[in-house]
Design a protein around this ligand. Structure first.
Ligand code: HCB
Length: 217
């Protein structure tokens, strides 16, 4: 089967909420020698984008998104160990404190970015989803003096606003200069990053690891 045909099947499995089939197709794609990142960007994520657009157009409802999300998570369970296998050996690049903003439970992209950072030499402290800014500030304070990158995700315009509050809190606590700050997620733009005085953003997990390494130089 040609790779494009496999990507199309992965996309359709997500769109059709075929959560058992998605994991199986992902295993087959790996067995066919397709790199895990291509499986995500050229297959699974294309399906998630279609699902998001259909939801926005009120063509589908929350239960369908939940099942597509579950299908994506099942595929990620297969892919995460594969992504971690390519871990770059050598000196630790720094500590990445990763989290999803308060009020936000979208964790698929967050987990992907966290895995990619770990594979690129970062030590990882994953705070999970729906994380209070207070908790992030506390962790930044605990690790003051170390090379720290804060990596926040927000998938909703509402939760994205919390990123500005986080930047303000870091300044108030005199922690802004001891950490680098990278934020991402669908609503986050370069303009927003500039507006809130953060350091960087990235479109996807592969770019996030490149940008993170650059920011920590
Ligand atoms: Co959700 N949802 N959802 N959702 N959801 C979105 C995000 C909308 C955009 C859909 C829409 O309306 N078009 C929308 C937000 C609108 C807005 O505010 N602008 C929305 C909404 C409204 C909601 C609810 C409020 C629905 C409701 O209850 N009425 C509710 C909120 C729950 C909450 O958080 N409190 C909700 C719930 C859900 C689930 C639970 C059904 C499910 C999440 C399952 C899970 O994550 N475990 C879900 C899903 C799956 C989506 C969509 C369809 C896909 C998100 C996704 O996983 N994408 C999404 C539509 C969309 O985003 N277009 C929709 C795939 C991953 C791989 O991409 O963008 O997350 P990603 O991450 C990328 C990228 O952004 C970047 O790299 C990642 C990997 O390549 N990146 C970073 C991410 N973080 C980074 C950090 C960095 O520093 C750098 C780069």
């Amino acid at each position: 089967m040609a790779n494009q045909e496999i990507f199309d099947k992965l996309r359709d499995a997500i769109v059709n909420q075929n959560f058992a089939g998605t994991a199986q197709l992902t295993r087959e794609a790996l067995a066919a020698g397709i790199p895990p990142l291509d499986i995500i960007t050229k297959g699974l994520s294309v399906g998630m984008k279609i699902i998001g657009d259909k939801f926005e157009a009120a063509e589908i409802y929350l239960p369908q998104i939940m099942m597509s999300g579950k299908a994506m998570s099942n595929a990620m369970e297969v892919l995460t160990p594969e992504l971690a296998k390519n871990k770059v050996e050598g000196e630790e690049t720094g500590l990445a404190i990763t989290f999803v903003a308060e009020g936000d439970i979208h964790d698929i992209g967050h987990r992907l970015v966290t895995t990619m950072l770990g594979a690129n030499g970062f030590q990882i402290l994953d705070l999970g989803v729906d994380v209070l800014n207070e908790t992030v500030v506390e962790e930044a304070a605990k690790h003051k003096g170390e090379k720290v990158l804060l990596v926040g995700s927000a998938l909703m315009t509402t939760s994205m606003l919390g990123q500005k509050d986080l930047m303000d809190r870091l300044k108030e606590e005199n922690l802004r200069d001891s950490v680098k700050c990278m934020f991402g997620g669908a609503p986050v733009s370069a303009k927003w990053i500039e507006e809130i005085g953060a350091d960087a953003t990235a479109e996807n997990a592969a770019e996030a690891s490149k940008v993170a390494l650059e920011v920590m130089k």
